[in-house]
Design a protein around this ligand. Structure first.
Ligand code: CS2
Ligand code: MG
Length: 408
């Protein structure tokens, strides 16, 4: 069996996605996700110009050898563009292997370790009243774990908050604020730090102690601010506090950890095991946020999570809408099989996205389960995709009160 064709598919059904389609000479078709939000065409060019010519004629079953060829053979290693491209190839090859075996992919990864993957949804509101309404709506949808984000008094729209009444799972920039240039938001860490504890207080008062609550600080705090936030939220028993600092400075987490018992999740922008070395060896975090898509595929992420498991650190795979249904299905197959699975982020895709990919994973009793059909359980409809051509779209940027660019 040989790889006959490698196609890079770029479309914007609700938002941009880069999908890799590998077809074998036997006609087996595998899909991989290479979407890198706001920098999509860099991965598409990396795949079509540099990777596709290496794949044609290769044995699709040689997944490990292909991974090593693309990782070591390029000389230039790591980074989000490279690792998203490798992920796209890796997942497409796993999809093919599982279809040939006639098994759902998770069976090839060791079989199911649980019934379903606990999932968390995104509740948000411009103020606390709207947030509470949004949390109610998510509970009605069946979520038992919910991320809560609100606007901050004195600031305008902020990261992770839908502006529509009642909140909802979509942020403004997904896709409404697309435009020629990035939208700019204001950010003030002091105002944020004053506000968040009162938000958690209101949510706990309304919903009681059982509901699993998560919160994302989106890399915006200094280590000492992060330590203070973690400490001030201890009484509200968060499931996790995410991305408190820009964690490429791994040692900075020592200070945060020293001051708080609030569980910490980090890593949606990380892509190899090297990004986690100190964080894991010193047990400075509790959850690994990398998804299959940005961390070198199932093969790459499994290396990170196997090491994490030795330190009782669990998975918390990134699952916003910019991880396509293909990437989401791959994360679910791995999550179902992993021993140290923790939780899966699940931000529902739009109807347009689902019309292109027809994902067959299911959400039930607060958890997700991948499809039982052979392979990943996702497909790609070219005709529907053709109705949604690529549109350049940037993530917003954040500026401090004096205009300085802040961490996004
Ligand atoms: C977020 C994302 O899901 C999350 O936790 O941090 O919304 C993130 O900002 C985007 O996926 C960036 O692509
Ligand atoms: Mg996040």
């Amino acid at each position: 069996m040989r790889i006959r064709e490698v196609e890079v598919l770029v479309a914007s059904p609700g938002r941009n996605f880069v999908t890799l389609r590998i077809t074998t000479d036997d006609g087996v078709v595998g899909l991989g996700d290479g979407t890198l939000n706001g920098r999509e065409l860099a991965v598409a060019a990396y795949l079509s110009e540099h990777v596709a010519p290496l794949l044609e004629g290769r044995d699709p079953h040689a997944i490990e050898d292909t991974w090593q060829l693309l990782y070591r053979g390029a000389y230039w290693r790591r980074g989000p563009v490279t690792m998203s491209a490798i992920a796209a190839v890796d997942v497409a090859l796993w999809d093919i292997k599982a279809q040939v075996a006639g098994l759902p992919l998770y069976q090839l990864l060791g079989g199911a370790s649980r019934e379903r993957c606990l999932a968390y949804g995104h509740a948000s509101g411009v103020d606390v009243a709207e947030l509470i309404e949004s949390v109610h709506a998510h509970r009605e949808q069946g979520f038992r774990a919910i991320r809560v984000q609100t606007g901050v008094p004195g600031l305008g729209p902020v990261y992770g908050v839908a502006s529509s009444a009642g909140g909802g799972e979509r942020y403004d920039f997904e896709p409404a604020r697309r435009g020629a240039l990035p939208a700019e938001e204001r950010w003030d860490s002091r105002a944020y730090l004053r506000h968040v504890p009162s938000v958690m207080e209101s949510v706990r008062q309304e919903f009681g102690p059982e509901l699993m609550l998560l919160h994302d600080a989106h890399h915006r705090l200094t280590p000492i601010e992060a330590a203070r936030l973690g400490k001030s939220l201890e009484a509200y028993d968060l499931f996790w506090l995410e991305d408190v600092t820009p964690a490429e400075n791994q040692e900075a987490l020592r200070l945060v950890r020293h001051h708080t018992t609030t569980p910490l999740a980090i890593g949606e922008v990380f892509n190899t095991v090297w990004d986690y070395r100190t964080l894991l060896a010193e047990q400075l975090i509790d959850y690994v946020r990398s998804p299959v898509t940005h961390a070198g595929g199932i093969t790459g992420l499994r290396r990170i999570l196997d090491l994490a498991g030795q330190y009782q650190v669990r998975s918390g795979m990134h699952g916003p809408t910019d991880v396509s249904p293909v990437g989401m299905a791959a994360s679910l197959h791995l999550g179902l099989a992993l021993h140290n699975f923790g939780i899966q982020e699940y931000m529902l895709h739009s109807a347009e996205t689902n019309a292109v990919f027809s994902p067959r994973f299911t959400f039930d009793d607060g958890g997700l389960r991948p499809s039982e059909e052979p392979g990943l359980g996702v497909s790609y409809d070219d005709e529907v995709a053709a109705r949604f051509p690529y549109e350049r779209a940037y993530l917003p940027i954040a500026r401090r009160p004096d205009g300085t660019v802040h961490d996004w």
